[in-house]
Design a protein around this ligand. Structure first.
Ligand SMILES: *[C@@H]1O[C@H](CO)[C@@H](O)[C@H](O)[C@H]1NC(C)=O
Ligand SMILES: *[C@@H]1O[C@H](CO)[C@@H](O)[C@H](O)[C@H]1NC(C)=O
Ligand SMILES: *[C@@H]1O[C@H](CO)[C@@H](O)[C@H](O)[C@H]1NC(C)=O
Ligand SMILES: *[C@@H]1O[C@H](CO)[C@@H](O)[C@H](O)[C@H]1NC(C)=O
Length: 235
């Protein structure tokens, strides 16, 4: 069968649209310090609350799992050329999809308890104990179906104490603190908005003070999405 150039272009753009739709609403950490409120330990809004957020996270801007369509959105997809040499956190410019600027602020606390460019309040940062447990929440959309994604390609890394700027991705790849199950979700409502999350212990070998935390998930070969946050680790 022969296709005209125009119909080939139409087919190509429809495929692109499908791929784009498919890659939305799953590529960021929604909460860095999720606290379960009730005996029902679930990731649903009515069973907990968030006590610490990613950098410059706009509070109440959109419903859970909808910030992919925000301005700027929460997508940072690292460059496919060499994702391990890409900036750790979005700088708002580079990457396959640049997303919101999440580079370390000066001082680092300036990325929190402030206002974004639309005048919306931004979330607070995470304060945790050196022997504490953190529970992180994210939207995974329909990437929770069994045939998608290897869960071992989802991890949390943390920096050394009091870094002056965001360390490199290569550094973080050597400082993974937890490998979480991307598909650990509360199966309530539509699969597109299932809340998912994972918990891990802060190691007692982590020094007291400020640390950078990176949430990093791989969807396809070389397709890494990240979110960045800061931790204040206390005794
Ligand atoms: C996931 O969602 C996308 C966009 O809504 C849809 O095109 C795709 O078919 C869904 N995939 C599965 C496995 O449900
Ligand atoms: C726990 O909460 C989730 C989300 O609201 C709900 O779907 C589930 O049924 C609850 N489980 C129990 C045992 O109440
Ligand atoms: C999976 O989610 C539950 C809450 O539904 C949480 O209690 C548990 O710690 C999570 N599991 C892992 C391995 O993170
Ligand atoms: C954290 O450490 C405690 C005590 O050693 C252990 O019981 C718990 O299972 C650990 N939690 C996680 C999420 O690894």
């Amino acid at each position: 069968m022969l296709f005209s150039k125009a119909s080939l272009a139409l087919i190509a753009s429809s495929i692109l649209l499908l791929l784009t739709a498919h890659t939305e609403a799953h590529s960021y950490a929604d909460c860095i310090d999720w606290r379960f409120n009730s005996k029902n330990k679930s990731w649903a809004d009515n069973n907990g609350h968030c006590a610490g957020y990613a950098r410059c996270f706009p509070l109440g801007a959109k419903k859970f799992a909808k910030l992919d369509s925000d301005d700027p959105n929460r997508h940072y997809q690292q460059s496919h050329n060499d994702p391990d040499k890409a900036p750790l956190c979005s700088n708002g410019r580079s990457g396959e999809e640049s997303g919101a600027d999440e580079t370390m602020a000066k001082p680092w606390t300036a990325a929190y308890n402030s206002k974004d460019k639309h005048g919306r309040k931004t979330g607070t940062y995470t304060v945790t104990k050196v022997d504490g447990t953190l529970c992180i929440r994210w939207p995974a959309k329909n990437h929770t179906v069994p045939d998608e994604n290897d869960p071992s390609t989802f991890n949390i890394g943390i920096s050394d104490v009091n870094p002056s700027k965001d360390p490199s991705q290569e550094y973080f790849n050597k400082h993974i603190i937890a490998r979480l199950d991307y598909k650990n979700c509360t199966k309530a409502g539509s699969i597109d908005t299932w809340p998912c999350g994972g918990c891990f212990n802060i190691s007692i070998s982590v020094k007291l003070g400020h640390h950078v935390l990176q949430w990093r998930w791989r969807l396809n070969e070389k397709e890494w999405h990240t979110s960045c946050a800061d931790l204040d680790v206390k005794a």
